[in-house]
Design a protein around this ligand. Structure first.
Ligand code: NAD
Ligand code: UGA
Length: 465
């Protein structure tokens, strides 16, 4: 006999759908979880030994439950037909053309998924917004579902935003700070809310499962990302002041973070934030504010993104300035291409912007990242906004070892805070580099004093040389 609990289907086998549903299946052996996707290759990878995304701990839990109560399938309709609860966890990128281009979220995937549920379902469903969406998207989903369903089927819509961060997705899902479930404040809405809360209660303490209205829940997700990104832009703005004054940004962040009202987390100065969501979600909030005729509010949030662009540019300019104002035909090693450590994801990675600048200056760039696939780096650097295939072939070399990547280069630029960059034999690295040998630490992870002792010229964010 199969599992006796509710059946869950998730539309979208991405960075959110995959890990989230794998953890549900792992923690709730009673629940049958099927993750479906339009992309058959991605589904095949989820069913293989080499999962399509890298997340610490993910392999183990997928292998423990796959084929038991966890299934990956390209048969979207079957998944919908069988499920009691359906997560919509599809992509919601920033719109590229049309009204709101460059700011608004492209809801075409959410709408297509919703229409498919309406068309295929033959029994009542609880439809759960897992994707990050603008405030009041649930209303559109409800209108589509109700207009396209036959009389005796009921759809209840919940908002259940995901707060996991990549690189720590599994532990974030296993021990969430909170699980948020928004619903219409009707008897049916609350019943649906309880059905989903019961699933999470399989491993999350009830007091951490919080419920509220749909619109608050939707807006809370955008608000949380905006507040997090705003902390990084704030500390990065301070890093510029530190460099100009002789203050040390790590010390300033430490001193401020000891105030319990501020707290120590998420105050690490950097080359700028990346990742698929911070920029997209803030721009979405900017668009929402403008649509609501709140230009001052829009401008406030827009500045978080502008400051991030400034920080990325500032760092590439620092490299060029310190390399005697020209990097043309110089060789530069880039350590790390992922947008943060412990992920192979490169979406909006600051490394893309940096390498774009370097290529434009005709520098030879040697990239090493322990997890990012070569094909991904090529795709990112030959994107029309970044560079051509010709430039890529002429100026970029991908390495599988940091010592090879840094051989005979003029500088190393640390872009991702991978732990292994702290453990390299920098004597060996130094010996094989051109002199003077520069290291630019964009993540404040290296021991600058020790490196200077070896002979390196060291430059870091937020501190004078
Ligand atoms: P992703 O691009 O990795 O995955 C989305 C998947 O949905 C793709 O594989 C795509 O093929 C599939 N898809 C699109 N339309 C479909 C349809 N109609 N039916 C079935 N599958 C369909 O995206 P992601 O990073 O998992 O993000 C998904 C959502 O979650 C976004 O709204 C994002 O903002 C939000 N989010 C992401 C993160 C994160 O860390 N990546 C964290 C929290 C929230
Ligand atoms: C972020 C949020 O942390 C998650 O809660 C949210 O669910 C997710 O966005 C989302 O909605 O997609 P993620 O982007 O995966 O998660 O990773 P973060 O750890 O937030 O890092 C984002 C970027 O900020 C990275 O480039 C990171 O290096 C940078 N960062 C982070 C800093 O520069 N300094 C810090 O102190 C923290």
């Amino acid at each position: 006999a199969g599992p006796s609990g509710p059946k869950i289907c998730c539309l979208g086998a991405g960075y959110v759908g995959g890990p989230t549903c794998a953890v549900i299946a792992f923690k709730c052996p009673d629940v049958q979880v099927t993750i479906v996707d339009l992309n058959a290759d991605r589904i095949a990878a989820w069913n293989s030994d080499s999962l399509p995304i890298f997340e610490p701990g993910l392999d183990e839990i997928v292998k423990a439950r796959r084929g038991k109560n966890l299934f990956f399938s390209a048969d979207v309709d079957k998944g919908i037909l069988e499920a009691d609860l359906i997560f919509v966890s599809v992509n919601t990128p920033t719109k590229k053309t049309g009204v709101g281009a460059g700011f608004a979220a492209d809801l075409a995937y959410v709408e297509a998924a919703t229409r498919r549920i309406a068309r295929v379902a033959t029994s009542s469903k609880i439809v759960i917004e897992k994707s990050t969406v603008p405030c009041r998207t649930a209303e559109s989903m409800r209108a589509i579902l109700e207009a396209n369903s036959s009389g005796d089927i009921r759809f209840d819509i919940l908002s259940n935003p995901e707060f996991l961060a990549e690189g720590t997705a599994i532990s974030d899902l296993m021990h969430p700070d909170r699980v948020l479930i928004g619903s219409l404040q009707t008897a049916e809405g609350r019943k649906a809310q309880l059905a989903l809360a019961d699933v999470y209660a399989g491993w999350v303490p009830r007091e951490k499962i919080i419920t509220m209205g749909l619109w608050s829940s939707e807006l809370s997700k955008l608000a949380a990302n905006a507040l997090l990104a705003q902390r990084i832009s704030s500390v990065n703005a301070l890093s510029a002041i530190c460099e100009a004054t002789g203050a040390d940004v790590d010390e300033v962040a430490y001193a401020c973070g000891l105030d319990s009202r501020i707290g120590p987390k998420f105050l690490k100065a950097s080359v700028g934030f990346g990742g698929s969501c911070f920029q997209k979600d803030i721009l979405n909030l900017v668009y929402l504010s403008e649509s609501l005729h709140l230009p001052e509010v829009a401008e406030y949030w827009r500045q978080v993104v502008s400051l991030n662009e400034y920080q990325k540019l500032r760092f590439s300019e620092l490299v060029i300035r310190r390399l005697f104002n020209t990097i043309t035909h110089k060789h530069i090693a880039v350590f790390g291409f992922a947008f943060k450590k412990n992920t192979g994801d490169t979406r909006e990675s600051p490394a893309i912007t940096l390498v774009k600048h370097f290529i434009q200056e005709q520098a030879f760039v040697h990239i090493y990242d322990p997890k990012v696939e070569q094909s991904q780096i090529e795709a990112d650097l030959t994107h029309p906004d970044v560079g051509t295939l010709h430039q890529y072939k002429n100026y970029v070399t991908i390495h599988t070892c940091p010592y090879d990547a840094s051989k005979a280069v003029d500088a190393i630029v640390v872009m991702t805070e991978w732990d292994e960059f702290q453990q390299l034999d920098y004597q060996r690295v130094y010996k094989n580099m051109n002199k003077p040998a520069f290291i630019f630490d964009g993540r404040l992870i290296l021991d600058a004093k020790k490196l200077r002792g070896i002979g390196f010229q060291v430059e870091v964010i937020g501190r004078q040389a």
